[in-house]
Write a protein that binds this ligand. Structure first.
Ligand code: DX5
Ligand code: ZN
Length: 222
């Protein structure tokens, strides 16, 4: 059963397991499970980005252990080829990079047929205006606030204005997620003020001495 993206009107925190302890992935997911509705899963292919991370096998292994919305962020060159495998493995939402998909509308339609939520994302250097081609068809836009590829990078301050510009393109029922360098007490509250309602956080949660406290602060906009 596919899990629905939480309806808008709430601030959702999506812990990024890229910063979890991969030798104890089940334990780390179980730790955040009671505190959130979404889990962010970063898929990298060593081609679209210079890093290789999580295959469908890992998603499949986690699936029976979690009721969270699996928010799969595909940082790969051939999303149409591999997305269905992630859906089969248990993804609830597929977010693709506009830069990597030649026929975005066709890709969205294919994902809809598979019954998952769909997000579109752009790298920091991609003009937000390019989103207009597909924005009406998606459930969520993901704004990258760092160059995709690695966790623990510094939030790019220009992301605030980009977030405002994207927010102005969205209907009230569409989520605006931001990914990269999000922390409580600084970038978290600033990006919410700019219109974001879905915060991806890797290091802020998994490298924190108190991950649940970090989640609470982020979700309260503090
Ligand atoms: C980067 C990934 C992010 C990453 C965020 O390419 O898309 O999801 O895990 O990590 P932090 O929150 O540590 O910047
Ligand atoms: Zn991500």
């Amino acid at each position: 059963m596919t899990i629905q993206l939480p309806p808008t009107g709430t601030i959702e925190v999506a812990p990024s397991i890229l910063s979890a302890d991969f030798a104890n992935l089940g334990r780390d997911v179980a730790m955040v499970e009671p505190a959130v509705n979404m889990l962010h899963i970063d898929v990298m292919d060593g081609h679209f980005v210079p890093n290789i991370t999580i295959g469908p096998l890992v998603v499949k292994a986690l699936r029976p252990h979690s009721k969270l919305f699996f928010d799969v962020h595909l940082m790969i060159s051939d999303a149409p080829r591999y997305a269905p495998e992630y859906v089969k493995a248990g993804a609830d939402g597929i977010t693709f990079h506009l830069e990597a998909v030649a026929d975005p509308a066709g890709f969205v339609a294919d994902m809809r047929k598979l019954g998952v939520s769909v997000g579109v994302t752009i790298k920091p250097g991609t003009p937000v205006e390019l989103l207009r081609a597909v924005v009406a068809d998606v459930d969520m836009v993901l704004l990258m606030a760092v160059e995709p590829g690695f966790g623990g990078q510094k939030f790019m301050p220009e992301s605030i204005d980009r977030c405002r510009a994207i927010k102005a393109m969205l209907r009230p029922d569409q989520r605006l997620e931001v990914d990269g360098g999000i922390y409580p007490g600084s970038t978290g509250p600033s990006i919410i003020a700019a219109g974001a309602d879905t915060l991806v956080a890797g290091n802020a949660i998994f490298a924190s001495p108190d991950p649940l406290a970090a989640i609470k602060l982020l979700s309260e906009g503090k």
